[in-house]
Design a binder for this molecule. Structure first.
Ligand SMILES: CC(C)(COP(=O)(O)OP(=O)(O)OC[C@H]1O[C@@H](n2cnc3c(N)ncnc32)[C@H](O)[C@@H]1OP(=O)(O)O)[C@@H](O)C(=O)NCCC(=O)NCCS
Length: 206
């Protein structure tokens, strides 16, 4: 999105941003895998999809596309007819909290060859319209703190970082905290022990 909210018209006509359909499943899976890969690239120590989970991505996106509380968008490059970007908006209901509903922007990805042409901004605006139509007032997005492009994108449209998720390997914390590190009892060995012994081992390890 340009700072004044306008888009370059040539770029606007070159790309179509539209709701994803089952025809886009393969492209969505590929982009999700590229997104996961890029998270490694920004040097983040964080949870990410295991290799075996990628086979379930087709089901995942099929459900997301059919879900009334989610909007999955793709951007198509008209000249090549290729899907080159994606982004989703998901409505969460959490009745115990205020506000009771929130909107999350997730899985925003633009193919490297098509970046800095306003696509992420266009996708974000379409998702905001989806949230507005559902009267969702509170929005959030997660991004890795070292991801300068994401930070600039989100700050540029009014998001302010409020929560920090800090991550560490347990062994690193143990070392810093001056804790004695203990060898973990292998699961097979634990299973072979009686209940009493298992509890004792867990206490020792905990
Ligand atoms: C972050 C990402 C989605 C941006 O997509 P994009 O289509 O290039 O973004 P836009 O062209 O809409 O840029 C909008 C604004 O974001 C900021 N921005 C985007 N990329 C930037 C970069 N590499 N460096 C600095 N600012 C950047 C700029 O302010 C830009 O406005 P401008 O071009 O008028 O200066 C894209 O780089 C990407 O897919 N990265 C890998 C996946 C990822 O990080 N996703 C976000 C996770 S929340």
């Amino acid at each position: 999105m340009r700072p004044n909210g306008t888009e370059a018209s040539a770029e606007t006509t070159r790309y179509h941003v539209q709701a994803a359909t089952s025809d886009d499943l393969a492209a969505l899976v590929q982009m999700q895998m590229a997104l996961q890969e890029s998270m490694g690239g920004v040097g983040a120590n964080m949870l990410h999809l295991g290799r075996r989970s990628t086979v379930r991505l087709v089901d995942h996106y099929q459900r997301q596309i059919a879900d009334d509380q989610t909007r999955v968008l793709v951007a198509c490059d008209v000249p090549s007819a290729e899907v080159v970007a994606m982004g989703s908006g998901r409505i969460w209901v959490h009745a115990e909290y205020v506000p009771a509903r929130s909107g999350e922007l997730v899985d925003i990805w633009v193919d490297p060859d098509h970046r800095r042409r306003g696509l992420a901004g266009r996708i974000a605006r379409r998702l905001v319209r989806f949230f507005r139509a559902r009267r969702v007032e509170f929005l959030s997005v997660n991004y890795v703190s070292s991801n300068a492009a994401a930070e600039a994108l989100w700050k540029g449209i009014g998001f302010h970082p409020t929560l920090i998720t800090a991550t560490a390997e347990r062994r690193t914390v143990e070392a810093f905290a001056g804790m004695e590190t203990q060898r973990i009892v292998p699961v097979g060995y634990r299973a072979a022990m009686g209940d009493e012994q298992v509890r004792a081992s867990l206490n020792l390890l905990g």
